[in-house]
Design a protein around this ligand. Structure first.
Ligand SMILES: Nc1ncnc2c1ncn2[C@@H]1O[C@H](COP(=O)(O)OP(=O)(O)O)[C@@H](O)[C@H]1O
Ligand SMILES: [Mg+2]
Length: 242
């Protein structure tokens, strides 16, 4: 579904992602691990096409189409979606108005808000004064309204309490059609997680470790997070390279 080839990206003339090669198959959930500043958020923003992340070399293919030069809105219309780590506050735009942008979903909006414990927040400006949990759940509400086929979640488990994380995991599972066997799913996604907590609620087929802008290893996500917890990122990468 997504194929990244030889991707090198710079921001403000500094290379932040180097020679990345990986793909995400239809039905798969990939977890991306890595310390602060390793380039995880930059990778998702590059895949989504945010300005400022300059592709120096390489290609991003989505459903067989080269999307490398396309704008964010074109990629979103093609079925790519993202839940931000730290979404911006958008004054003047209410959450309800944001959700109503997706055509044909009017009847679903009220159930979506109630499912995510956001009833009443639709009249508030997007993320203005929202709590950490409300921000994460509002991101998921927008994805439930958009229903993208390829979904990127940037640290959905950070800053979320234990009750919310259960709900967040459940909704991510639904967005990625985890109730279906892998070969029946039509969606795929990447989840960034620092702690791996989300793995207690959403199963993932593969994990990658990003360190200093390079993808250094891949493997069973449960094994990777156990190794990272006991040995740290640097050692984990050394061990898997042997
Ligand atoms: N828009 C930006 N402008 C300047 N530097 C950026 C920008 N986005 C990311 N960076 C830099 O790129 C590096 C990787 O950041 P980031 O992708 O946020 O890491 P992570 O999500 O793994 O913590 C950091 O050094 C960060 O300061
Ligand atoms: Mg980040």
């Amino acid at each position: 579904m997504l194929s990244v080839r030889d991707l090198t990206v710079s921001v403000e003339d500094r290379v932040i992602l180097r020679d990345l090669d990986f793909s995400v198959e239809r039905g798969e959930t990939v977890v991306l691990f890595g310390p602060n500043g390793s380039g995880k958020t930059s990778l998702l923003k590059t895949l989504m096409g945010f300005p400022g992340y300059r592709v120096e070399t390489g290609r991003i293919l989505f459903m067989g189409q080269d999307v490398t030069g396309l704008t964010v809105d074109r990629r979103a219309r093609m079925g790519m979606g993202i839940a931000f780590q730290r979404p911006p506050t958008v004054r003047g735009v209410r959450l309800g108005e944001m959700l109503a942008l997706f055509p044909g979903r009017e009847a679903e909006l009220s159930p979506i808000l109630s499912r995510l414990n956001l009833t009443g927040l639709e009249s508030r400006e997007l993320n203005l004064g929202f709590s950490g949990g409300e921000i994460k759940r509002s991101e998921l509400a927008q994805l439930l309204a958009q229903r993208p086929s390829f979904i990127m979640f940037d640290e959905p488990d950070s800053g979320v309490d234990l009750v919310s994380i259960h709900l967040v995991g459940e909704v991510i599972g639904e967005l990625l059609e985890k109730d279906q066997p892998l070969d029946r799913r039509n969606r795929a996604g990447i989840i960034i997680s620092h702690t791996g907590h989300i793995l207690d609620y959403v199963g993932a087929e593969r994990g990658y470790v990003l360190l200093g802008g390079s993808l250094l290893c891949s493997g069973d996500p449960e094994v990777l997070i156990d190794d990272i917890r006991t040995m740290g990122y640097e050692e984990c990468v050394q061990c898997l390279k042997k």
